[in-house]
Structure formats: C-alpha cells, structure tokens
Design a protein around this ligand. Structure first.
Ligand code: NAP
Ligand code: G3P
Length: 478
C-alpha cells in the first residue's frame, strides 16, 4: 500500500479518511521510518460506539473465557517478540536486547493478569446486617466487582508495548472494552502488539487502536463522553488531562525525580553499580531512573570515582548493536537535556566527563557538586545526565527528596536496615527501594506515584481493581 500503517477498529485494519499520516522519526537516523494514520474525530466516535456496545456482551463472557483469550494473546506476544523488538529499536532507539525483553515481559504481564483476574474477580463479599448495632440478621449483602465500561489507555514512548498491556490486560479481564491511543514514537510496535490481540480472537470492536498526534486527537479522546476511565502514563500532559476529564476514575503515572540517598555506611560498589544501571539504562529514559544522587560528603569522593569508572565502560552508539547508551527519542528531548547541562555549567557544576552530543546521541554525563539553584537538581532530564548533590546529614537528603514536586520512587543505600526503614517511611514517594535502584518491575508489585507523579496505583492487582466498581445486592428477609 502507501506504506502508512493502518489503525485498528471493528476488528479490522483501516485507512483513515483524513488522508493524512503522522511520520515516526527514527531517533538514530533522524529520518522518517514509519507512518501511521492521523485518525479523524468521526473515526473516534465510531470506535467509541463499538467499544460501548461490545463491552456489554464482553462483561457477560465467563471470566475463564476472558482469561483464556488473554493467555492466547500473551503467547502470541512472545511469538512476535522479534518483529516487535525491531520496531522498538527503530522507533524509540531501545537497545535490541531491552526491546526483546519488553515484548517477553509484556507477555508475562498479560498471563499473570489473566490468572490474577480469575482469582480476585471470582470472589466477592457476603455481609450480614446484625454485625452493626441496632440491626437484626434480616439483611444479607452480596458484593461483586463489575467493569467500568470503556477504558481509554494512553501509554508513553519509553514502553509503548509494556505500558500499553499494563492497562489493556487489567481492563479486559475485568470485563471492560479498551480504546488504545499509543505514543507516536512507538506506535507501530503498539500496533503489532494489538495484532497479537487480534490474532487471539477477541470480539470485534472490543479493542481498538487509534493513531494520530496526541496534541491533535488527544483532547477529543480524553474528553469523549463515552469514556468511562482514563489510564494514562506520561509526562505533565497528564496533569492537563486530569483537569479536563469528567466524573470518571483516573489512573495516572507521570514523571519522576527519583532520589538515591547514599549513607556513610553504604556498600559503595553496590551503590555505584545501581546508580549506573538506574541512572543510565535506556539512556535515562525511564520514569524510575535514578535522577539525583544525594551522597554523604564523607563517602562522596569514593562514590563518585566508582561511578565515573563504570560510566567510562558504558558503550555509546546504535540500538542495533545493543549499545548501553543510544540516541534519545527526539531532537526536542535532546535539546531539553542540553538546556539543563548548559544551566549546570553556567552555575558551576563539576563535569566528570566532557559534554558530548552528536544528533540525538548524548554521551553519559555525571555532574558533581550540583547545587539546589541548578535546574538539574529538580527537573527530569529523561536523558543520560545525572546530578550528584553532596549532603552532610540524612535529614538534608530526605528534605531534598521531599521538596520535589515528584514522588514516584526513591532508593537508599545503607547496611543498617532499621535505619533504611525509617528513611523509607520519611521519603514521600510511592516506593522506596532499599539497597537497589528504583524499578517498576516486577509488574505484579504495586507501582504508584505520589504528588505530581500520579493518581492511583498500578501493578497488576491494583490496576484490575481500579478498573472495576462495586455492585451490592441486599436480600431483605421477612
Ligand atoms: P507524553 O509526551 O506526556 O506522552 C504520553 C502519551 O500521551 C503519548 O501517547 C502522547 O501521544 C499522549 N498525549 C500527548 N498529548 C496528549 C493530549 N493532549 N491528550 C491525550 N494524550 C496526549 O510523555 P512521553 O514523552 O511519552 O513520556 C515521557 C514522560 O512520561 C516523562 O515525563 C516520564 O517521566 C513519563 N513517564 C512516566 C512513567 C510512569 O510510570 N510514571 C512511565 C513512563 C514515562 P503522542 O506521542 O502522540 O504525543
Ligand atoms: O518509565 C517508568 C517505568 O515504567 C519504568 O519501568 O521497569 O524500567 O522501572 P522499569
């Protein structure tokens, strides 16, 4: 055909009547690699109607049948991991090995979700009235979890497959229908994932995938009257969406500024390894990346030397070659990162390496002696640039962490576990990792952002539950 990937609606792959397409720029070559349809509002209305209609019969489909179809989709995702990974390499410059891992991890998430859904949706509560003062045992209360209806799923570019299925699978097992709006960068990987669900044989119209720039079609989707819930993962765009959404449940996972607090009794080799893995994996383009190191002055020189030595071993280059550091997703992202570096330079940060950029490729950069007046102390680069702030007390570290508008994850390195627990309690973040870098996985763990990092909680069980509502039936005895 015309080389433009079709969108998915009514169980078919379709061309948009808009006649327009959106280019997907390969971050490495900075040339268009794929094109997807720019769908119209009429096309959105049609697929919303179908999502609403098919959801009614899907909700009546036996739970074990819903689970069976999800297991089929999971197996297909794993079978298709090579072409899906290839898309991730070309669309978001994800290193080839990490790209294949994302596809397999997604299959595992779908299967686990099917099993968990059968467990937690297969049981309800039975209450009797006389447990409350003044009541006789004349009322029996049955409670059940029922689906919300149409779920709008909007994942980000850095996990266009895994963070899509982390919304799609819980929605479907709970009896909802799903409308997916994938990120432009990563859209074809997402369409390939949708094809796995298509091949699994889900009812036509139950799942649809609409493509088009979020800035163009996004508001029409998030404010659509037929949407009963929005599950969004991304940047501060989510805050604008939350302001416009109506009376519907929202699940939001937004940005992060995950702090890594290093105490003077920390295992510095363990800490350095986790700072490099946590700060530079996928070139720092992870919400859970280590984004600021708060290290006790007494061990700071030793730690910085260890981190520098490991940074020097990172490979920089093509995602096809499995390089550790690959080009960041867009030129605008690279420019934003550069702005933070220039600001830090002007304000006197210590550059542990020379700043180096070629196109979207930015060499890993450790900034020492960062001060709170520097933007990099607070802003999220979403790139391979990591600030180190030296602290003279634990309280100073906790204060910096809690002064952030973000509250996703954090981590603390110390050999004193009871002290670690107290620090974890004091950090206003959704999760604290003790003696390891922040991470969302494994995907059945609860995953939530506090403050500007999100609304509600993800992780398979919490996602299933938030995509249901409670129905009670009270039997009144004579
Ligand atoms: P983004 O620019 O906010 O985009 C996220 C998604 O929203 C994309 O699918 C995007 O589509 C869509 N979108 C854009 N404008 C929209 C609108 N007005 N209405 C509806 N949808 C709209 O974020 P990103 O660049 O993909 O990801 C980077 C950011 O996401 C970082 O801040 C990172 O911290 C955050 N993130 C958070 C988590 C987490 O779990 N907390 C995970 C990953 C990423 P288009 O691509 O077409 O614009
Ligand atoms: O991008 C934020 C989060 O989804 C990253 O997941 O498993 O790399 O910590 P993970």
């Amino acid at each position: 055909g015309d080389g433009v990937f079709k969108y998915y609606s009514s169980g078919e792959w379709k061309k948009s009547s808009s006649g327009k397409s959106v280019p997907i720029i390969n971050p490495t070559t900075r040339q268009p690699h794929f094109k997807v349809q720019a769908c119209t509002q009429e096309e959105v209305n049609k697929l919303m109607e179908e999502a609403k209609t098919t959801q009614k019969s899907w909700a009546k489909t036996p739970l074990w049948k819903r689970a069976e179809l999800l297991h089929k989709a999971a197996a297909l995702l794993k079978e298709h991991k090579v072409p899906i990974a290839e898309c991730l390499v070309k669309e978001i410059a994800k290193p080839a090995k990490d790209a294949a891992t994302e596809a397999v991890r997604s299959g595992d998430l779908v299967s686990y979700c099917a099993e968990e859904g059968v467990r937690i949706l297969g049981e309800g509560k039975f209450l009797v009235s006389d447990s409350f003062p003044g009541n006789e045992r004349t009322k029996y209360c049955l409670t059940a979890k029922i689906p919300l209806g149409v779920i709008l799923a909007i994942p980000p570019f850095n996990y266009p497959v895994n963070l899509a299925v982390s919304k799609i699978a819980p929605a479907l097992i709970a009896g909802n229908s799903i409308v997916l709006k994938p990120p432009t960068q990563g859209a074809v990987a997402a369409l390939h994932m949708v094809h796995c669900f298509h091949l699994a044989g889900f009812p036509k119209g139950l799942i649809s995938c609409v493509t088009g720039r979020g800035s163009e079609i996004g508001d029409f989707l998030t404010m659509h009257p037929m949407v009963n819930c929005i599950s969004f993962t991304g940047g501060d765009t989510g805050i604008a969406i939350a302001m416009k959404a109506g009376m519907i449940p929202l699940q939001m996972e937004l940005g992060g500024k995950d702090a890594c607090i290093i105490l003077d009794d920390a295992d510095l080799d363990l800490a350095a390894a986790n700072i490099v893995k946590g700060g530079f994996s996928y070139s720092g383009q992870r919400c859970t990346a280590v984004k600021v190191v708060l290290v006790m002055e007494s061990v700071a020189n030793a730690l910085v030397e260890k981190v520098k030595a490991k940074v020097a071993k990172l490979t920089v280059g093509l995602p096809e070659d499995d390089s550790d550091i690959t080009p960041v997703v867009t030129e605008s992202s690279a420019n934003f990162i550069e702005g933070l570096v220039v600001d830090a330079k002007q304000k006197g940060a210590t550059f542990c390496q020379e700043y180096r950029r070629e196109g979207n490729l930015i060499w890993p950069l450790l900034l020492d002696n960062v001060r709170p007046d520097m933007r990099i102390a607070w802003e999220e680069p979403f790139g391979p640039v990591l600030p180190v702030i030296r602290i003279t007390s634990v309280e100073e570290g906790i204060h910096h962490c809690n002064a952030s508008n973000f509250g996703l994850q954090g981590c603390v390195f110390t050999r004193d576990i009871s002290k670690a627990i107290l620090i974890s309690d004091a950090m206003e973040t959704g999760t604290v990792q003790i003696n390891s870098a922040p991470a969302r996985g494994p995907d059945h763990f609860p995953f939530q952002g506090l403050k500007d990092s999100g609304i509600g909680s993800q992780g398979i069980t919490n996602s299933i539950n938030m995509m249901t509502k409670i129905k009670t039936t009270v039997i009144n005895l004579p």
